[in-house]
Design a protein around this ligand. Structure first.
Ligand code: NAG
Ligand code: NAG
Ligand code: NAG
Ligand code: NAG
Ligand code: NAG
Length: 477
C-alpha cells in the first residue's frame, strides 16, 4: 500500500472518530435533591468524550471542577437576575466574578454566557420582556470591555414559542417571530449579529407531542412519515427540521437569515408521561445523533449544527409546572448511571455510556408501608406529605410506577421521602404507617431507589485539605 493511501485512510479513520462528537454538548442542570459531586460529573463527561457543557448558572463548585478539563462551557445568568444586569456596573461585576476570574491557563474555557433561560416563554406573562435585551447588551459590552468579547459571546436561549407560522399556512417558510415580542426579538437578533454571537434555540419534539394529542407521533422522530409537510418544493418529515427552519425563516424576515444558530436544548424524557419512556427516548436519539454526525443540517440550513442535549442527569426537584416528565430528561439517571444504550458519535454502535465512577450510596435500606397497618384514615395525608417533599412523579398515569397497587403507592412515596432526607431514622414513621426493610422492594420497571450520599468522605477530606492549605497560606502571610 502506498504511503499516501495510508495517510488518507488514517485521516478518514480519525475523521470518523471525531465526527459527531465535535459538536455535541450536554446541559448540566443541578436541580437535584442529592447531587453528584461536580468532580464526579466532570469525569463522567470526560469518560464519554463529551467536551461541551451548558450550565444554568456559574456555580463556583461546578466551575472549579471544570477548571483544567478543557471542556467548553456555556455559563448562565438565571432569569431572576436579568433585572439586576440592567445595571452596567452589576453586569461588569458579573463578568469579573464569573468569567474573567476563570480566564487563565488551566482555568475554565468559557465560550458563551447565556443571558436568561427562555425568558419570553408565554407562561412567564412577559415578566422579562423589558429586561432581557438590556441585560444581554450589558453583558456583551462588559465582555468586550474586559477584552474577552472575541472569544466569549453572550446569547439568550429562547424557547421555540418565540416564533411560529400562521395557522392558514403552517409551513416553515412562513415562520415569523411572535408579533407581541417582535420589537424585542428584532433588537436582540440585531445586537447578536453585530457582536457575531449566535442565536440559541431550544427545540422539543416531545413537547409538540405532549401539547397536542392529535400530533402525528412519527413526526416527532426521524424515521419518515406517511404524509410529509410540503413547503414549496421541500418535504418535511420531522418536527425538528420543520421547527429549526421556521426559525431560519423568522430570522430571514428580520433581515438576518444567515445568523448562526445553536440548539441549546433538545432531548427526550424517560418517565412522567405516557410518551416519556426509554423506548421513545432511544428511538429519538437513534434518529437525532446520526443526523447531527452527518452534518447534513436542515433543508434551509445545510451543514454542521452546534447542539446541546437535554440533559445530562435527572433532576428530582425541578418544577413540574410544565408536566411530571420535567424530572426525567437525563441521558443518565440521578446517580450518573446510563439509562439506555446510545452512541454519542452518531454511528449507531449503541452501547451503555460509561457511568459515573465511585458513586457513594446510602445504606441498602428502604421505607415501606406496614402490611399490618390498621388505621388508614391518615394514609392520604401522609402520602401527600411525602410527595410534597420528595419526587413521586413516577406514580402518575403512564409512568414507570403507575401500575402499583395502593400499598405499593404508599410504599413508593414513603421510600422517596425517606431517601430524600438521607435515610434519617425518624423519617420512616408516617404516624405508624411505615416500617424499614432491607429487602429491595422494587417491582418490575418501578425502581425503589437508594439515594446517593451527598458529601462522600473523599469530598469532605478534600474540603478539609483545602481548608488546611488555606490556613497554612494565611499563616505564611
Ligand atoms: C457569580 O459568582 C459569584 C461569586 O462567586 C456567585 O456568588 C454568584 O452566584 C455567581 N453567579 C451565578 C449566576 O452563578
Ligand atoms: C401568568 O398568568 C397566569 C394567569 O393570569 C398565572 O396563573 C401565572 O401564575 C402567571 N405566571 C407568572 C410566571 O407570573
Ligand atoms: C415593557 O415596556 C412597555 C413599553 O415601555 C410597557 O408598556 C410594558 O408595560 C412593559 N412590560 C413590563 C412587563 O414591564
Ligand atoms: C397511586 O398514586 C397515583 C398518584 O398519586 C394515583 O394517581 C393512583 O390512583 C394511585 N393508585 C392507587 C392504586 O392507589
Ligand atoms: C433493586 O431492584 C431493582 C429491580 O430489580 C434494580 O434495578 C435495582 O438496582 C435494585 N436496587 C439496589 C439498590 O440493589
Amino acid at each position: 500500500m502506498s504511503r499516501s493511501i495510508l495517510v488518507i485512510i488514517i485521516g478518514w479513520w480519525f475523521s470518523l472518530l471525531l465526527m459527531g462528537i465535535e459538536g455535541l454538548g450536554v446541559n448540566w442542570g443541578t436541580m437535584a435533591n442529592h447531587k453528584l459531586p461536580p468532580k464526579t460529573v466532570v469525569q463522567l463527561l470526560k469518560d464519554n468524550g463529551i467536551n461541551k457543557v451548558k450550565l444554568f448558572d456559574a456555580d463556583q463548585s461546578t466551575m472549579n471542577a471544570l477548571a483544567g478539563s478543557g471542556i467548553e462551557v456555556m455559563i448562565a445568568i438565571p432569569n431572576n437576575q436579568l433585572s439586576a444586569m440592567n445595571s452596567y456596573a452589576r453586569a461588569k461585576d458579573f463578568v469579573r466574578r464569573n468569567v474573567s476570574r476563570y480566564n487563565f491557563d488551566g482555568g475554565v474555557t468559557i465560550k458563551y454566557v447565556a443571558v436568561g433561560n427562555e425568558p419570553f416563554l408565554k407562561s412567564y406573562n412577559n415578566s422579562f420582556l423589558n429586561t432581557t435585551f438590556p441585560a444581554l447588551a450589558n453583558i456583551q459590552n462588559a465582555l468586550n470591555e474586559a477584552g474577552l468579547g472575541d472569544s466569549i459571546k453572550a446569547t439568550v436561549p429562547l424557547n421555540a414559542d418565540v416564533y411560529g407560522s400562521p395557522e392558514t399556512n403552517p409551513v416553515p417558510s412562513t415562520g415569523r417571530f411572535r408579533p407581541d415580542i417582535l420589537p424585542q426579538m428584532t433588537q436582540i437578533v440585531q445586537f447578536l449579529a453585530k457582536n457575531k454571537a449566535p442565536f440559541t434555540i431550544n427545540i422539543y419534539p416531545f413537547l409538540s407531542l405532549y401539547a397536542n394529542e392529535h400530533f402525528p407521533v412519527d413526526y416527532a422522530f426521524f424515521d419518515g412519515v406517511a404524509t410529509p409537510i410540503l413547503d414549496n418544493t421541500i418535504q418535511y418529515t420531522n418536527v425538528f427540521d420543520a421547527n429549526f427552519d421556521t426559525l431560519v425563516s423568522s430570522l430571514k424576515a428580520v433581515g438576518l437569515g444567515d445568523m448562526e444558530i445553536i440548539v441549546g436544548e433538545v432531548g427526550w424524557p424517560t418517565d412522567g408521561d405516557r410518551n416519556a419512556n426509554t423506548n421513545y427516548a432511544l428511538s429519538f436519539y437513534r434518529g437525532l445523533l446520526p443526523r447531527l454526525a452527518s452534518n447534513k443540517g436542515t433543508p434551509l440550513r445545510p451543514g454542521y449544527i452546534e447542539v446541546y442535549l437535554f440533559g445530562l442527569l435527572d433532576e428530582d426537584i425541578k418544577s413540574i409546572a410544565p408536566g411530571n416528565f420535567e424530572r426525567h430528561w437525563g441521558i443518565f439517571k440521578y446517580d450518573g448511571q446510563p439509562k439506555f444504550p446510545m452512541d454519542l458519535s452518531g454511528q449507531l454502535q449503541d452501547k451503555y455510556l460509561v457511568g459515573a465512577r465511585d458513586v457513594t450510596y446510602l445504606l441498602k435500606k428502604w421505607c415501606m408501608m406496614r402490611p399490618d397497618a390498621k388505621d388508614l384514615s391518615k394514609l392520604g395525608d401522609n402520602i401527600n406529605f411525602a410527595c410534597t417533599f420528595a419526587d413521586c412523579t413516577p406514580l402518575g398515569y403512564g409512568s414507570s410506577c403507575s401500575t402499583l397497587d395502593a400499598n405499593g403507592n404508599a410504599s413508593y412515596a414513603f421510600n422517596m421521602y425517606f431517601q430524600a432526607v438521607g435515610q434519617k431514622d425518624t423519617a420512616c414513621g408516617f404516624q405508624g404507617l411505615a416500617m424499614l426493610t432491607d429487602t429491595n422492594i422494587s417491582q418490575g420497571n418501578c425502581n425503589f431507589m437508594i439515594q446517593i450520599a451527598t458529601a462522600s468522605p473523599s469530598t469532605r477530606l478534600t474540603l478539609l485539605f483545602g481548608l488546611t492549605l488555606l490556613l497554612l497560606s494565611l499563616s505564611l502571610l
